[in-house]
Design a protein around this ligand. Structure first.
Ligand code: PLP
Length: 371
């Protein structure tokens, strides 16, 4: 007789790390709705509604807008593997851990990758990017909007226009920005953008909403060789999420229910109100963290409201403190990643969790563990 594990009874947690954040209760309820078939006409209608709401959140009219059935990294991979072919030139701007992931994925497509870097915590000056575009003339420029490893917010409002002067497509990682800070795909001329379900959209991890401009789709349609990934090949997935609704893979029904509900919550609140809420709660948290002597790792002019990365004070045991927060207070915060491992803590106030009670609880608990 095999040993059967006990019933699922996770301890209550407040997820204030870099993601996942707590899902909105309405999203969790939506996920318990009975399944429909993934080609059921009723489900197809839910897909349409979900796509339309993703367009609204991304502020785009792009037809090619839908959720990839996997986490944020799958969105990153979908963008790069569809737009790049072996021998193409790509410039990837890395200012932290997730920029480095983009470099790795772009390299795996067989593209010739030029890497631009700035020290962790800083952001790119568009003049430096301009010089590189002039020199390299790449097909694709990739950049992270909200760098979750450092808390830095890259300005990209003018970057699309700049890339288009050089006939370059702009790929943006908006995994930590969508639903927390503005991402205006059409106004900012972004060509391929991906995000995740588990942060600003208040859902569990499992979907990666993407959007591709017509300019980007022209490149996809005119590839010389087949996309090297089968699962993420847009020319194939679009048979399901595009017009025909033909089978490509089994749609993750409950996750689509979740995303649809998460998007409804976002749009009921309104984008501007939601962004203002993130800023307000960030200011309250920042004042409290600074009052207990913690300092931010990101350039103060480019601090993300939804991801607060602070230096671990000298003499403090990183792991022991986070363990105490989890065990004594039920609060999860993130440790540092990559260069910031053991150097920074990351406190997320994202989506549903960006609220005064999160701020007060985490500040009170941190004061205790730092005593
Ligand atoms: N890009 C950024 C900026 C992220 O913060 C993350 C995850 O936190 C990813 C990409 C990867 O997303 P996922 O872990 O959902 O695959």
């Amino acid at each position: 007789m095999p040993t059967i594990p006990g019933q699922l009874t996770p301890s209550p947690r407040l997820l204030l790390g870099p993601g996942p954040s707590d899902a909105h209760p309405r999203v969790l309820t939506a996920m318990t709705t009975p399944l429909l078939g993934h080609l059921d006409p009723q489900f197809l209608e839910l897909m349409n509604e979900t796509q339309e709401m993703i367009r609204t959140v991304y502020q785009t009219k792009n037809k090619m807008t839908f959720p990839i059935s996997a986490t944020g990294t799958a969105g990153m991979e979908t963008c790069l593997v569809n737009l790049l072919e072996p021998g193409d030139k790509a410039v990837i701007c890395a200012k932290g851990y997730f920029g480095n992931r983009m470099i790795d994925i772009a390299g795996r497509t067989g593209a010739e990758v030029t890497t631009l870097t700035v020290p962790w915590g800083q952001v790119f000056d568009l003049n430096v990017i301009r010089e590189t575009l002039q020199k390299v003339r790449p097909r694709v420029l990739g950049i992270v909007h909200a760098e979750t490893s450092t808390g830095a917010h890259q300005p990209i409002e003018e970057l699309g226009k700049l890339c288009h002067e050089f006939n370059t497509l702009l790929v943006v990682d908006a995994v930590t920005s969508v639903g927390c800070t503005p991402v205006e795909v059409d106004a900012w001329e972004l060509d391929a953008v991906f995000t995740c379900s588990q942060k600003g959209l208040g859902c569990p991890p499992g979907l990666s909403p993407i959007t591709f401009s017509e300019r980007a789709m022209d490149v996809v349609r005119n590839r010389k060789i087949k996309c090297r990934s089968w699962y993420f090949d847009l020319s194939l997935i679009s048979t399901y999420w595009g017009g025909d609704r033909a089978y490509h893979h089994t749609g993750p029904i409950s996750m689509v229910y979740a995303l649809r509900e998460g998007l409804r919550v976002v749009l009921e609140e309104g984008l501007e109100t939601r962004f203002a809420r993130h800023v307000r709660n960030h200011h309250a948290l920042k004042a409290g963290l600074e009052a207990i002597g913690l300092t931010y790792t990101a350039d103060p002019a480019h601090q993300l409201p939804q991801l607060n990365a602070v230096r671990i004070p000298a003499g403090i045991d990183d792991v022991a403190c986070r363990k105490k927060l989890l065990n004594d207070f039920g609060i999860e915060i993130g440790g540092g990643l990559g260069d910031f491992k053991g150097v920074a803590w990351r406190i997320g106030l994202m989506g549903y969790n960006s609220k005064p009670s999160s701020v007060l609880l985490v500040l009170a608990a941190m004061e205790q563990v730092l005593k």
